[in-house]
Design a protein around this ligand. Structure first.
Ligand code: G1P
Length: 298
């Protein structure tokens, strides 16, 4: 059995929902409290033991590269001031993982982004983490998915139950129970189905542990929803393939804390929630929130 060591983080999206903030800055760099969203994702991968991170970037990759690289000038300035807390914070994003980059060039969808990782990943299972979904560090979704992949082989996706009327925002699966309470066997998948065609209310969350057979499948996956090469469509093929060929898809049902930073309202909620839980900012923010809400009620 091959231990998973590599994480792939697609980061080539245009971030149009956040324009003009994302005109010259990748959306992955938007701060969630005081860290860019992408750093939470890399930290999550590292906590799960994956410290080889490949970012699939687009034209605006510079700020991402700079963030995970050293900033010697800044380090010297902080050192001179004796500000060790900030110095540690600045160094943390550099030392945390080995970050590699590949350009997607022509962004043709999530499936295409994953295919861009083929050469770096090689013939091993690997994880994919989407930056729009942040998983609370107290919940250990990725670790659980790696455990399930090691035990069952094939590919593993993260699922969460969502209100039926919101399913068209997500990939959706038809799945059957297994002997493990949080694990299902996935029989079919469909990307963002209309509510009345959804096979369940189990939505795909942005965490995957994939068998390398996915690459060959992606090479033959035609553009799907939105004219894009969909990872969900490739998984649909994998679900029907025999285990000897790297087929089989399991789902881990997640019931922990997930913060969506993909749209503006959810992003604001994520920032407020995470700040309210922090020791340094929480007490003052919670007090102010109480007053603010009362004031709005008038
Ligand atoms: C992608 C996937 C979708 C999944 C979602 C989770 O969609 O294609 O299946 O449910 O991520 O965040 P996106 O949100 O990138 O359009």
């Amino acid at each position: 059995m091959t231990r998973v060591t590599k994480a792939v983080v697609p980061a080539a999206g245009l971030g149009t929902r956040f324009l003009p903030a994302t005109k010259a800055t990748p959306k992955e760099m938007l701060p969630v409290v005081d860290k860019p969203a992408i750093q939470y994702v890399v930290e999550e991968a590292v906590r799960a033991g994956l410290d080889d991170v490949l970012m699939v970037t687009g034209r605006n990759k510079r700020p991402l590269e700079d963030h995970f690289d050293r900033n010697v000038e800044l380090e010297l300035a902080l050192e001179a001031k004796g500000d060790t807390a900030k110095l540690d914070a600045v160094r943390a994003s550099t030392d945390m993982a080995t970050v590699h980059y590949v350009r997607q060039g022509d962004p043709r969808g999530l499936g295409h982004a994953v295919l861009c990782a083929a050469e770096h990943v090689g013939n091993e299972p690997f994880a994919v983490l989407l930056g729009d979904d942040l998983i609370d560090e107290r919940d250990h979704l990725l670790e659980r998915m790696l455990e399930v992949q090691a035990a069952r082989g094939g590919s593993v996706i993260a699922l969460m139950e969502v209100p039926a009327e919101t399913i068209s925002l997500y990939g959706c699966v038809a799945a059957e129970k297994t002997e493990e309470e949080d694990v299902v066997a996935v029989g079919d998948l469909v990307e963002k189905p209309p509510v009345d065609e959804a096979p369940s209310n189990l939505a795909i969350l942005g965490r995957y542990v994939l068998h390398p057979a996915v690459f060959e499948v992606l090479r033959h996956t035609a553009p799907g929803r939105g004219g894009e090469i969909q990872l969900t469509d490739a998984l649909r093929t994998l679900a029907t393939m025999p285990p000897q060929q790297g087929g089989g898809v399991s789902g881990v049902i997640f019931s922990g804390r997930r913060y969506d930073t993909g749209d503006r309202l959810d992003y604001i909620k994520a920032v407020v929630r995470l700040a309210a839980e922090r020791d340094d900012l929480g007490p003052a923010l919670r007090a102010w929130l109480g007053e603010f809400v009362a004031e709005q009620g008038h």
